[in-house]
Design a protein around this ligand. Structure first.
Ligand SMILES: C[S@@+](CC[C@H](N)C(=O)[O-])C[C@H]1O[C@@H](n2cnc3c(N)ncnc32)[C@H](O)[C@@H]1O
Length: 263
């Protein structure tokens, strides 16, 4: 039973971390005049309205993108995407990762998205229809294992689970290693939450043992509300594009500088 809905969390500081680095990575990868594949296992609905009751209820966007928008230069690929989305869909629109990716891709690139939740999937299909691509209401892990290596071979796979299934922490290292074995050149980006009791630590240790050339990039932030367990956001990246570690460090420093007075 899937209960997670990203509208409650859209535009929070974890999204700012994940989406700014995703936009940067795709902007770098699309500089080369060669097609690429974008795949995403846990897509969500692609487009969110931050004035929705669910988003207002948690207030996470108010403490996320609403303050973080000023942290980025206007020519950063993340801000450029946000500007295009709000100009089309209105000032309270916020793009999910599939839309951030689609906005950065070119007609020669291909998109494969999986989303299991029936309503989220229906919304995803509607929101992504103008961009084209292959959308599946299917388990994202099965999609990644069956689609990799994709054609074209150059590309990026985003894995952004809701971690509702606690076993994910144990199974992810093995599954990502399997995907990497099948698709040695693929950029694989796994998002994970940093919670107060740090369940990500053994998972990251196992990933680093299996994939020593990959790296984890983390930011910390104050909990969105008292008692909230999420205090940071991480991205584990295999085959990171050239310059990614420097951009990730720049973004970590931004989080630290802008939020140190709240920590
Ligand atoms: C964190 S949200 C995705 C947010 C999106 N990546 C973004 O940044 O805009 C996780 C999504 O995964 C979906 N989901 C959960 N388990 C799944 C599975 N095994 N396969 C595909 N989708 C799944 C949930 O319904 C939810 O919409």
């Amino acid at each position: 039973m899937l209960s997670y809905q990203h509208i409650y969390h859209a535009g929070n500081l974890a999204d700012v971390h994940k989406h700014s680095l995703l936009a940067w990575a795709l902007s770098y990868m699309t500089r080369k005049d060669k097609p690429l594949s974008y795949l995403e296992t846990h897509a969500g609905r692609g487009l969110y309205d931050l004035s929705d009751d669910a988003a207002l209820k948690t207030g996470e966007a108010a403490k996320g993108i609403k303050i973080a928008r000023d942290w980025f230069a206007p020519d950063h690929p993340y801000l450029q995407t946000l500007a295009r989305i709000t100009s089309v869909h209105g000032p309270t629109a916020y793009p999910g990762s599939p839309l951030i990716a689609a906005e950065g891709l070119r007609p020669m690139d291909s998109i494969h998205l999986s989303e299991l939740h029936p309503q989220e999937f229906a919304a995803l299909q509607a929101n992504m229809a103008p961009y084209g691509g292959v959308f599946r209401q299917k388990n994202g892990w099965d999609m990644a294992l069956s689609q990799c290596p994709p054609e074209p071979r150059r590309g990026l796979l985003l894995i952004d689970p809701s971690f509702e299934v606690k076993a994910d922490y144990q199974t992810i290292p093995k599954t990502i290693t399997q995907i990497h074995r099948k698709w040695g050149v693929g950029v694989i980006m796994l998002w994970y939450p940093i919670l107060t009791d740090a369940p990500h630590k053994p998972m990251i240790r196992a990933l680093q043992d299996a994939l020593p050339d990959a790296g984890a990039h983390e930011v910390r932030f104050p909990p969105a509300r008292p008692g909230h367990r999420m205090v940071g956001s991480g991205l584990f990246v295999v085959n990171a594009p050239y310059g990614f570690a420097e951009e990730a460090a720049r973004i970590s420093a931004l989080f630290q500088d802008q939020l140190s007075h709240l920590m």
